[in-house]
Design a protein around this ligand. Structure first.
Ligand code: FPP
Length: 277
């Protein structure tokens, strides 16, 4: 009996908190709501150290934080959420750590496709961004399966940057531009691609991130203010926000604060984007 009462109280408190959060988001959406939030997940290992946990537990806690944050973003009406899950440089970490993160990814990608997952609750299209050939084979296969399974969702988009760095992305885009021009040439035409044939729009179209608009807010946790080779092309006119919290500690207050600051500088960002400044 006591157990039943406890469950009922927990449920009631849960509903009340959720109601208050939605109310807060309604108030926030009186101002401009960002369309695209990007996150650098920094501080998983420091979190594990802080709480005397194994390093892997830090990454697990990081994944849980990501799920909560996605929920907040989609409730608020943010359409695109991009995360820096693993960079090309991260492959140089200790082999056992790389293996742990790859195994975790495999487990979590499979979890994302389950009926009760956030992906299904919010109609999320999942896109993996980066040089996927560099991923461990089972992870690449799972990533491709997830993209296929969610391809018809269009309510919200989750872009997971893995085996990604923007420098690699720019080289990839330039190569694709050249290939496209070459394939449009006549059979007996010389296959030299003149540099002035490549336009800005072509480069953007061939970027891995070409599927999403530019970022509105870039959040990097753990107080670091460096971009560390993330979305260099797509962050020219966005708010950079670096809360002190380690990634697994990120929460509602950070999202609200980030959005309020975005709204404060929104007129300036709009002017810059319309090239009026
Ligand atoms: C399917 C899916 C989206 C999975 C995501 C899995 C996940 C949470 C990956 C994050 C890995 C990572 C390199 C985090 C950065 O913290 P850090 O290791 O750099 O921590 P530190 O800054 O304290 O050293």
């Amino acid at each position: 009996m006591e157990n039943k009462e406890h469950t009922l109280v927990t449920r009631l408190v849960g509903s009340l908190v959720s109601y208050m959060r939605r109310f807060l988001f309604r108030v926030l959406s009186v101002g401009p709501v960002p369309n695209h939030l990007a996150f650098i997940l920094d501080g998983n290992r420091r979190y594990a150290k802080k709480w005397n946990l194994g390093e892997g537990m830090g990454h697990r806690a990081g994944f849980l934080a990501l799920m909560t944050l996605m929920k907040y973003c989609y409730e608020l009406g943010v359409k695109y959420v991009t995360i820096y899950a693993f960079s090309i440089d991260n492959f140089r970490r200790r082999p056992d750590e790389v293996q742990y993160v790859m195994d975790l990814m495999l487990e979590k990608i499979e979890g994302l496709l389950k009926e009760e997952s956030i992906v299904n609750q919010y109609g999320v299209k999942v896109l993996f961004i980066g040089n996927l050939k560099l991923l461990h084979e089972p992870v690449r296969i799972a990533a491709e399966k997830a993209m296929k399974a969610t391809s018809n969702n269009n309510q919200s988009i989750l872009l997971i940057c893995v085996a990604y760095t923007p420098t690699d992305e720019i080289v990839h885009s330039a190569q694709e531009c050249c290939d496209e021009i070459r394939s449009s040439m006549k059979v007996n035409e010389e296959k030299d691609v003149k540099s002035d044939l490549i336009k800005l729009g072509d480069i953007e179209r061939h970027m891995y991130m070409g599927v999403a608009p530019d970022v509105d807010i870039l959040v990097r946790t753990s107080g670091e203010t460096r971009l560390s080779n993330f979305l260099l092309w797509q962050t020219t006119d966005c708010l950079l926000y670096s809360p002190k919290a380690l990634w697994p500690e990120i929460g509602l207050r950070h999202i609200v604060w980030g959005v309020l600051n975005f709204q404060r500088i929104y007129p300036y960002l709009e002017k810059r984007r319309k090239k009026q400044l």
